[in-house]
Design a binder for this molecule. Structure first.
Ligand code: DAH
Length: 341
């Protein structure tokens, strides 16, 4: 474009040089040189000369706009994504959509039904429930729970890790530190959540299952409270009197640590396939919360003590209904699921 007016011509040259160097090309439209030209229009006496000047300034602006546009990468509009799993064309208007199934055609999953009952029992015992999470970091999975770096105990909790180093939690104990830091004394919380393990699958092992963590912290809490609390819960859940026993175990986050067993609620200790003919079922891990774990959660272990446990929800339910294979729960097998409705 050739400009007749020398002022416009000069400004055009300057602005184009400037434009070359600008990263944000649109900024050229705010350049003082251009503003000055527009300002000049008003100072000229009305008439053909002024009109001509105005036209040239507008033409310059249009040229700059075209240059900006040409410098931008061509936009490729992505194809509209199609959800091939959707039960109907999701792009049709609301009135054209098919009616969805009414809720009478479905039912709650047995694990959900049972979890509701379990949380209800704990609520009556004074426990708040807090939901766990499905992605976490090394600190909550290990560091906050007194697993030293490179400690072999970490091998027990082999799970899935993202490229960014985030962890699919292998236990609900990941929530202990958060609960300690966020709740006031006395701390009584149950924490249900989905957990993940790198497992060889069989009737008792799934890569994805549910756990219920429990923590209780206050002054003067001891292992007797732990055993009594779990016994009271289990008797309520299984609706019968049970015997319980503990044996020593190892977890980095408890000291002492126990494996907790109950008399088989199915055969009442006579021996059956559920308890492998022993009359007892090793149900869960528990213990007195390690002082280091309390301290890491902002609690003074000289003043407070607490207990904690972690139990597989699937296992609790399997024992209640004599479910012989944990894989049924995620199988989507309607014959299995309909037995619970
Ligand atoms: N997090 C343990 C596991 O998944 C279970 C457990 C044991 C939880 C002892 C606890 C505990 O809170 O005190 O193997």
């Amino acid at each position: 474009m050739v400009y007749k007016n020398p002022e416009v011509k000069k400004a055009a040259q300057q602005l184009k040089i400037k434009l070359e160097k600008l990263e944000d090309k649109r900024a050229i439209l705010r350049a003082p040189e251009l503003g000055a030209l527009y300002g000049r229009i008003k100072t000229l006496p009305a008439g053909e000369a002024r009109a001509e000047f105005g036209r040239e300034v507008n033409a310059l602006k249009a040229e700059l706009e075209k240059l900006i546009k040409d410098s931008l990468p061509t936009t490729h509009y992505p194809l509209h994504p199609i959800d091939v799993t959707a039960p109907f064309d999701v792009n049709v208007g609301l009135e054209d959509r098919p009616k969805l199934f009414t809720a009478d055609n479905g039912s709650r999953h047995p694990l959900t039904t049972e979890l509701t009952k379990i949380l209800d029992i704990f609520a009556r015992m004074g426990f708040t429930s807090v939901q766990s999470r499905e992605l976490d970091d090394d600190y909550h999975m290990f560091g906050s729970l007194n697993f030293p770096k490179d400690h072999p105990a970490r091998d027990e909790y082999d799970t899935f890790v993202t490229d960014e180093g985030l962890i699919a939690p292998a236990h609900t104990s990941i929530m202990q530190n958060r609960v300690f830091k966020s709740m006031d004394m006395p701390i009584r919380a149950v924490i249900p959540g989905r957990v993940f393990r790198n497992e060889d699958l069989d009737a008792r092992h799934e890569h994805t299952f549910y756990q219920l963590e429990g923590v209780y912290v206050d002054k003067g809490i001891n292992a007797g409270h732990l055993i009594a609390t779990l016994k009271a819960f289990l008797e309520e859940y299984y609706g019968q009197t049970l015997e319980v026993k503990t044996q020593p175990f190892y977890f980095p986050f408890t000291e002492p640590s126990f494996e907790f067993a109950l008399s088989c609620p199915f055969c009442r200790k006579k021996g059956c396939h559920i308890c492998s003919q022993t009359g007892w079922i090793e149900l869960l891990g528990c213990g007195m919360i390690h002082p280091t774990v309390l301290r890491e959660g902002g609690i003074d272990p000289a003043k407070y003590t607490g207990f904690a446990w972690g139990v597989g929800i699937d296992r609790l339910v399997m024992m209640k209904y004599a479910v012989e294979d944990i894989r049924h729960f995620h199988s989507g097998n309607l014959k299995f699921l309909r037995q619970f409705t």
